[in-house]
Write a protein that binds this ligand. Structure first.
Ligand SMILES: Nc1nc2c(c(=O)[nH]1)N=C([C@H](O)[C@H](O)COP(=O)(O)OP(=O)(O)OP(=O)(O)O)CN2
Ligand code: ZN
Length: 165
């Protein structure tokens, strides 16, 4: 009986661990790479898949409604939906520093959903943009750990906070 009591006490005093949790998203987005020397210079689209990983300590306050969670998956979903999915899904992204801006403006006047960005819309640049958008919305005690943006079945970009600090 004494042994069982000790085991119970041990589980109560385990130091808090940092845990990574991940939520995955998908959205359909068009883009064109102005000046590119391949077929992706044409306006085309991808079924993007985005995996968002955050890191933090699970909440240990037994009175907290989110006990045991780093962040509620639902709250993470809300942030990523508002910042990325709802904006980029069924939109076409153009680099506003290229002549594509004219095409973009024409499409906008015809009611199309267009996003003008300050960069060439490659996976590498989009993932950096997404990292900044998500970081700006996370609670202070949670950090963005990594992103993985999959553009095609065989191509993806990754962003790690540790590579960029
Ligand atoms: N480093 C990068 N290279 C390319 C990007 C990019 O964002 N970063 N983007 C493109 C195109 O937009 C498009 O994604 C084509 O990618 P790719 O993998 O070449 O697509 P394919 O369908 O041709 O791939 P396969 O699986 O090899 O058939 C181009 N490059
Ligand atoms: Zn592409």
């Amino acid at each position: 009986m004494q042994g069982v009591k000790n085991l119970y006490l041990c589980t109560k005093f385990v130091p808090m661990a940092l845990i990574r949790i991940t939520k995955q998203f998908s959205f359909e987005t068009g883009h064109a790479l102005f000046g590119y020397d391949g077929k992706c210079k044409n306006v085309h689209g991808h079924s993007y898949k985005l995996a968002v990983t955050v890191i933090g300590e699970p909440i240990s306050d037994e009175d907290h409604v989110k006990l045991g969670m780093v962040i509620d998956f639902g709250d993470l979903k809300k942030i990523v939906k508002q910042e990325i999915v709802d904006k980029f899904d069924h939109a076409t992204v153009f680099n506003k520093n290229t002549p594509h801006v004219e095409l973009a403006e024409e499409l906008q006047t015809r009611g199309h959903n267009v996003i003008l960005v300050d960069y060439q819309p490659t996976s590498e640049n989009m993932i950096q943009d997404f990292a900044e958008r998500i970081k700006s919305r996370l609670p202070q005690h949670i950090e963005l750990y990594s992103l993985r943006l999959q553009e095609t079945e065989t191509s993806y970009a990754e962003w790690y906070a540790s590579d960029n600090s």
